[in-house]
Design a protein around this ligand. Structure first.
Ligand code: DCP
Ligand code: MG
Length: 371
């Protein structure tokens, strides 16, 4: 059942960090008990349980009150028996033994470390773990391991890109991208997406959508922007993926990890002087710049609204919205389009509001989508 229709829905999406549910926050690891459980299932490739814990964490995070007794969670959606048992344990003992066991597990710790590298997914991390590798030093010293270019740059800039990006840094990057885009196509459409559009104060990267009012010119714009960043000597790494969009292949009936728009995953060099205040840095770091991960996505203008909604996240919000579309409206929603299975037609949208209207939902602002 669509969780937004629940009575608690007025508080479902809180402004980030304002009313964080503190019960499951593990102070010593700065993580969330349910996030640890979800991750542990993810590492064991048990997707259903992983998603169940992510959804439960979202429900708890949205509460305007702290849970003091298990009974208080009785009418909340998406909380299964396992989740309730963990809540009960934390209420009773102030800790979860199951979570502590996971945190001290060598496999969990190693996979967590390895997947924190740009370009390393669970499968690769698992492969390295099975070969007996336990640290970055082990990996880099192993001659038979062939790192992809993305992983090489992930290791090279690990210190910088594993550190959070601040709002001020995201703004500074926004100015750089904006300047590059306008110099090429003055009337281009550019939008900040991802966590920063939802009002988050920190993120792991900065995400932008850019396109041209004229259909078919968007990919050339993206390539020119990349070229310009290269000439400005701020492009440290670029993984460009050309568009594979084919309307005949839509709607996608199975879940796909990535959409088909032209895009690039970048590492950019950001100078301290460009940032209001200062760079996010670790103590003792006196460099005048840092590396930041940036994603640029370039959908054709007629898919822009869907891409904007999809890339604004959060991931959990997108999952729930798609599920709602499918189960309650018999419609397929993804980053490209909305397809009505009953009428057997694509529904057009120029704005996010049009998409919400097609779904029969009240429009909600990006900052309310922090599920
Ligand atoms: N997204 C998507 N498909 C992907 C990757 C991302 O639809 N394969 C969407 C959902 C995300 C948004 O794009 O919310 C941005 O992705 P990020 O991984 O950058 O996530 P956030 O910006 O929300 O969080 P962070 O602060 O970690 O960057
Ligand atoms: Mg992001």
């Amino acid at each position: 059942k669509y969780p937004y229709s629940h009575r608690a829905s007025t508080r479902w999406h809180c402004k980030p960090n304002r009313r964080l549910f503190s019960l499951t926050r593990l102070q010593h690891t700065k993580s969330d008990a349910f996030e640890v459980l979800a991750e542990s299932y993810e590492f064991n490739e048990i997707e259903g349980r992983c998603l169940a814990f992510r959804r439960a964490a979202s429900v708890l995070k949205s509460l305007p009150w702290a849970v003091q007794r298990l009974e208080a969670t009785q009418d909340l959606p998406c909380l299964g028996g396992h989740t309730k048992a963990v809540i009960q344990e934390i209420l009773q003992y102030g800790r979860s033994f199951e979570v502590e066991k996971i945190l001290s597990n060598e496999r969990y710790q190693t996979l967590k470390l390895f997947t924190s590298v740009f370009g390393v997914g669970v499968k690769t991390a698992e492969k390295w773990y099975r070969r007996g590798l336990r640290s970055f030093r082990d990996i880099l010293a192993e001659p038979s391991i062939h790192l992809t270019r993305m992983q090489q740059f992930g290791f090279l800039h690990y210190g910088d890109i594993s550190r959070a990006v601040s709002e001020a840094e995201a703004r500074a990057l926004g100015n750089i991208i904006d300047e590059a885009v306008r110099a090429i196509t003055p009337d281009a459409v550019l939008a900040l997406t991802g966590g920063f559009r939802r009002g988050k104060e920190f993120g792991h990267d900065v995400d932008y959508l850019l396109t041209t009012p004229e259909l078919g010119k968007e990919e050339a714009l993206l390539l020119s922007v990349i070229d310009r960043l290269k000439h400005q000597s701020i492009l440290l790494y670029c993984d460009y993926q050309a568009s594979t969009l084919d309307m005949d292949q839509l709607p996608c009936r199975r879940f796909e990890a990535m959409d088909h728009f032209a895009k690039c995953f970048l590492i950019l060099r950001l100078e301290a002087g460009q940032v209001e205040g200062d760079l996010q840095r670790v103590e003792g770091d006196s460099r005048s710049w840092r590396a930041v991960r940036v994603d640029l996505v370039s959908p054709p203008i007629d898919h822009y609204a869907f891409a904007l909604l999809g890339w604004s996240g959060s991931r959990q919000f997108e999952r729930d919205l798609r599920r709602f579309a499918r189960l309650e409206r018999k419609m397929l929603l993804d980053n490209h389009a909305l397809y009505d299975l009953t009428k057997k037609e694509f529904l057009e949208a120029k704005t996010e509001k049009d998409i919400f209207a097609h779904l029969g939902l009240e429009y909600i602002e990006p900052w309310q989508r922090n599920a």
